[in-house]
Design a protein around this ligand. Structure first.
Ligand SMILES: Nc1ncnc2c1ncn2[C@@H]1O[C@H](COP(=O)(O)OP(=O)(O)O)[C@@H](O)[C@H]1O
Ligand SMILES: [Mg+2]
Length: 227
């Protein structure tokens, strides 16, 4: 579902350029859940942006849901993001002028896959049914992130990418939000790539990969060896 081969990415910089990804490869099968760990600045967000078609790699091949991302033009990449990828960020990124119901429906309406029944199910599962007419600023962080997850899943994308999605939440809300996200991902067979600093979160995924010096490796701990 995600296939990245020999990806390199260097940002120009002064006094010298910053090589971030240095021949990195990653393959994630359909329905698999994978945790991506790595020190701050190791390039996790850069990798997610490249996989999500938000940013171009310098070299290498990225295939998402059967599409060669490098072969797409800007419009094609926008269509890929809209149709095949759900994105959840640390800062929620809800649309402040839309209420919860409209935020939830936003991406699905854009790609013509809005399904009122599924939207209702998501709202219920995420504990948002009573909040549909509220605005983002009237919600707690945990509630906002639940809306962001619902919005990303509303159009049933094959792939969900989450960049430290619980990084702005207190421990209890983080655990609740993550549990909800994981159960929805597993029930829908969505492929998940999640960036996290939490070993406890990483342990709940099918597989863990660690980014260091521009490449990925499997973590060497016992938990990481499972599956
Ligand atoms: N747009 C950019 N321009 C220049 N340098 C960048 C840019 N984005 C990220 N970087 C640099 O690339 C490296 C990796 O960043 P990032 O992918 O955000 O790491 P992480 O998400 O693992 O913390 C860092 O050194 C960062 O400063
Ligand atoms: Mg990051």
């Amino acid at each position: 579902m995600i296939d990245a081969r020999d990806i390199t990415k260097t940002y120009p910089g002064t006094p010298r350029a910053v090589p971030v990804l240095q021949g990195l490869s990653l393959a994630v099968s359909g329905g698999e859940t994978v945790a991506l760990t790595g020190e701050s600045g190791s390039g996790k967000s850069t990798l997610l942006h490249i996989l999500g078609g938000l940013e171009a790699a310098d070299t290498g091949i990225v295939t998402i849901a059967g599409q060669d991302v490098g072969a797409l033009d800007e419009a094609g990449r926008a269509a890929l993001r809209r149709d095949s990828i759900g994105l959840v960020f640390q800062q929620f990124n809800l649309i402040p002028s839309l209420d919860v119901g409209a935020n939830l429906a936003f991406q699905a309406r854009l790609n013509g896959r809005y399904d009122a029944g599924w939207a209702g199910t998501l709202a219920e599962r995420l504990g948002l049914s009573d909040l549909l007419s509220r605005y983002p600023e009237e919600l707690s962080g945990g509630q906002q992130q639940r809306v962001a997850i619902g919005r990303a899943l509303a159009s049933r994308p094959p792939v969900l990418m989450a960049d430290e999605p619980t990084g702005n939440l207190d421990e209890d809300s983080a655990a609740r939000v993550l549990d909800l996200m994981l159960s929805l991902v597993r029930e829908t067979g969505t492929t998940l790539l999640i960036v996290t600093h939490s070993a406890a979160v990483a342990a709940q995924m099918d597989r863990r990969v660690h980014l260091s010096r521009g490449r990925l490796s499997a973590p060497s701990d016992a938990v990481g060896a499972a599956s």
